[in-house]
Design a protein around this ligand. Structure first.
Ligand code: IMP
Ligand code: MG
Length: 183
């Protein structure tokens, strides 16, 4: 079990599993013809997945424009739960096919917001690719078109995802299981 900065971390998805799955996802995405494809990575958590998936998309012959949007949830655990834009994209969306990329689909609030925003801006089509689907936490019916892995109900870190700003740099997806000193 890897130890990172004094924490034991269980590997849930290895770099090799993720790389293989990314190629499968790219092949799946390439099946449907796209009209002026715009890929939008939702920051911050998706930055590594998006970088790898884009290179896999290149291998299957897609050459999308790439954009980034930073979204943040507010009021989590309280009555008012919403999503706000911290940093928006610059590109025109009207008439285009959009592929949203995120790290985890959990309640679905973030991706529902992003999807509706792109349709409001006139997108022709909006599809969703996520590395992980925590479907047991879903609120409502939103689903991703392309899912890397079904995710068990743990808080996961690595491969772009953080807990308290840490562990984004790990090359695998893992679960923090405790302090080394406790074991
Ligand atoms: P949703 O809006 O509830 O679907 O939440 C999705 C967002 O919450 C993701 O984009 C992640 O940034 C974050 N998130 C959810 N679960 C985890 C986790 O286990 N580890 C790290 N971030 C998470
Ligand atoms: Mg996120």
């Amino acid at each position: 079990m890897p130890v990172v900065r004094g924490k034991n971390i269980d590997v849930l998805f290895s770099p090799e599993q993720i790389a293989a799955r990314n190629m499968e996802l790219a092949a799946q995405i390439a099946v449907q013809p796209k009209n002026d494809l715009l890929v939008i990575a939702i920051l911050k958590g998706s930055f590594i997945f998006a970088a790898d998936l884009l290179r896999a998309l290149h291998q299957v012959g897609l050459a999308p424009e790439v954009e980034f949007i930073t979204l943040s949830s507010y009021g989590q655990g309280t009555k008012s739960q919403g999503v706000k834009i911290i940093k928006d994209i610059d590109s025109e969306v009207k008439g285009r096919d959009v592929l949203l990329i995120d790290d985890i689909l959990e309640s679905g609030r973030t991706l529902r917001y992003a999807r509706e925003l792109m349709f409001e801006r006139g997108a022709n089509d909006v599809s969703i690719a996520v590395l992980l689907d925590k479907s047991c936490r879903r609120e409502g019916t939103l689903n991703a078109d392309h899912v890397g892995f079904e995710c068990p109900d743990y808080f996961v870190v690595g491969y772009g995802m953080d807990v308290a700003y840490a562990f984004r740099e790990l090359p695998f997806v893992g679960i923090v299981t405790g302090d080394v000193a406790d074991t």
